[in-house]
Design a protein around this ligand. Structure first.
Ligand SMILES: [Zn+2]
Length: 81
């Protein structure tokens, strides 16, 4: 496992291979342009949060007991905030 190999990812905006490292200030994007575009899209996306309708998206996941997806269940470790 070579440690010097920079991590290469696909730009979320234009799908171009780009380096994910300190050399790339726009990571994980390939350029400032793509980064700005994605931020704009992301902001727009946040405005269309489903308030009504679309009852087929997570009909059983939106319960009060369900934690956010991707969050590992806390196992006695209460030091993480
Ligand atoms: Zn890009």
């Amino acid at each position: 496992m070579p440690m010097a190999t920079p991590l290469q990812v696909s730009c979320p905006q234009c799908r171009q291979p780009t380096l994910y490292g300190p050399d790339n200030p726009w990571r994980p994007f390939c350029s400032a342009r793509c980064r700005g575009l994605d931020l704009g899209a992301w902001a727009s996306e946040s405005y269309r949060v489903p308030a009504s309708g679309s009852s087929d998206t997570g009909s059983s996941d939106t319960g009060g007991s369900g934690d956010a997806a991707g969050e590992p269940p806390a196992t006695g470790d209460g030091t993480r905030h």
